[in-house]
Ligand binder design. Structure first.
Ligand code: NDP
Length: 499
């Protein structure tokens, strides 16, 4: 039993094209299920190339006026979007929680973050200066200045984890930079995206500036990646899909921003503040149901602390409250979809063969249906193990002992991913050394997942290409055009002799 009532949902969630709801061109739909019971509770339009083409046309028609609006005008619109999101925070949280299984308290936090993303990029676009360089001596100079030109229609492809917040993280910089968009949400979690039309309309976003095409990745997503009228793709999702999308971008010379998977290490030295490290480890891997790209899912503990840390961790993991997502006390809800649940259970099965299961690994007895998994901890995990190497994207933690700094770095770098890393030590110099030695886009020292939206976000190796956040989001959505102008008496070299 899911133990909750269905939130208001349209019987079919439609596309949003040119400021109007639209069915799929061929009328097809997909079922949408509730992760707490796996029952179908609504349907969503199943878009394909014809729908994407219509959406790109609508975005293209909106491009000249939106690109010509001043940064201040666009920022005002972004602030109104943020207000409209805040006003609907409870509805958004309820929709997100129901559709994706995110515990309601955490879904409220994500809705707030979505509003903040719009405010952040409204600030960035109105404060960002452009570069100018001068060369040559006084009176014979050349001035080179850079203008940032909106790149065109942006294709945004988003995953099912914290879907609304991640959509806002892509929409806000694109809109701030002057690019209309075509957004392709994940097929498993379309419900929160069905609130965008109401939000965008309330905020006065002009028709065609934001278009949404639902459907599957291989159909709607691929059509967007392949469409010649879309010069840039901002993608968040798995490494495997990212590789495919990147290939399509290469075929069409598109700019690509790729935020991909992770298997982020948490390195805990024996001199760490154990209580704080423990809190961060438990929160870092089990919050958002473990379906978080920066989850600290690979714990490395220095050997003198290992036994004690594992004991306390096991105890904490057993006390994490698993329950229906609508319950305010729930800390871990059901995983997003039955297919994903099966995938995570398969990792649990292989982990049992490769390491020692000390917590979880099974469905809680009080939740006989839905995609529930008790927080799971494997210890003594060797680096060759699948559960050490591969992203699981669920409430599953691996624990491995290390001896000294060199081995810690070696183990931290021993996967193909490089998104985030966390280091716990009371030695600040050691913290910095580790931060430099670990190959990842982001490192937290004695801190966990606290974001400053101005700082670059993104990964190395198989975790992605490019960085998002702050001015980089504007950089990505604009073409830098350099204008060189002679100032004073600068003259080109004389060619062809004196007349
Ligand atoms: P997927 O890669 O499966 O899907 C991501 C999006 O791509 C979905 O909208 C999907 O459509 C679409 N898609 C699938 N195939 C194609 C294709 N051929 N062409 C274009 N688009 C396609 O990822 P998940 O949804 O499973 O998301 C989880 C993954 O996302 C994890 O690996 C996680 O680490 C990563 N992630 C990374 C973040 C980061 O910032 N680095 C942040 C959040 C998540 P559909 O699902 O509808 O079929």
């Amino acid at each position: 039993m899911s133990g909750r009532s269905t939130p208001p949902a349209p019987s079919v969630i439609a596309h949003w094209i040119g400021g109007e709801p639209a069915e799929a061109a061929d009328g097809r739909v997909l079922d949408v299920t509730d992760p707490a019971s796996n029952r179908v509770y609504t349907q969503v339009a199943r878009g394909g190339p014809a729908d994407v083409a219509r959406a790109v046309d609508a975005a293209g028609a909106a491009f000249p006026a939106w690109a010509a609006a001043s940064p201040q005008e666009r920022a005002r619109v972004l602030h109104r979007v943020a207000d409209a999101v805040e006003e609907r925070r409870e509805r958004l949280a309820a929709a997100e929680s129901y559709d994706s299984g995110l515990p309601i308290g955490q879904a409220r936090g994500q809705a707030h973050r979505a509003a903040e993303n719009f405010r952040h990029f409204a600030g960035v676009i109105t404060t960002l200066g452009e570069d100018a360089c001068r060369q040559g001596g006084a009176g014979a100079e050349q001035l080179s200045y850079v203008v940032r030109v909106p790149a065109g229609v942006a294709g945004l492809i988003t995953p099912w984890n914290t879907p609304f917040m991640l959509q806002s993280w892509k929409l806000a910089p694109a809109l701030a930079a002057g690019c209309p968009v075509v957004l392709k949400p994940a097929e498993w979690t379309p419900l929160s995206a069905s609130l965008w039309p109401e939000i965008l309309t309330a905020a006065g976003v002009p028709a065609g500036v934001v278009n949404i095409v639902h459907g599957t990745g291989p159909e709607a997503g691929q059509a967007l990646a392949d469409h010649p009228g879309v010069p840039l793709i901002s993608f968040t999702g798995s490494t495997a899909t990212g590789r495919r999308v990147l290939r399509s971008c290469a075929d069409h010379f598109k700019a690509a921003s790729m935020e991909l998977g992770g298997k982020s290490p948490v390195v805990v030295f024996a001199d760490a503040d154990v209580e704080a490290a423990l809190d961060a480890v438990v929160f870092g891997v089990f919050s958002l149901n473990g379906e978080r790209c920066t989850a600290g899912s690979r714990l490395l503990v220095e050997r003198p602390l290992y036994g004690e840390f594992v004991r306390r961790l096991t105890d904490r993991a057993a006390r994490v409250r698993v329950g229906p997502p609508s319950d305010a006390a729930t800390e871990v809800g059901p995983l997003v979809h039955a297919d994903h649940y099966r995938r995570v259970l398969e990792y649990v099965r292989s982990g049992r063969e490769e390491a020692r299961l000390v917590a979880g690994g099974e469905r809680p007895v009080h939740l006989p249906e839905g995609n529930y998994l008790r927080p799971t901890v494997f210890t003594d995990v060797p680096r060759e193990a699948r559960v050490f190497q591969e992203e699981i994207f669920g409430p599953v933690l691996t624990v491995t002992a290390f001896d000294g700094e060199d081995e810690a770095v070696d183990l931290a770098n021993a996967t193909r991913y490089g998104l985030a890393a966390y280091v716990w030590t009371s030695g600040l110099r050691r913290g910095h050394r580790l931060a430099h030695a670990i190959d990842s886009g982001m490192v937290w020292i004695n801190s966990h997942n606290v974001r400053d939206l101005r700082s670059p976000f993104g990964g190395t190796k198989a975790s992605g290409v490019g960085r998002e956040g702050g001015a980089r989001g504007i950089d990505f959505h604009t073409e830098a055009k350099t204008v060189h102008v002679a100032v004073g008496d600068a003259r080109p070299p004389r060619f062809g002799g004196t007349p």
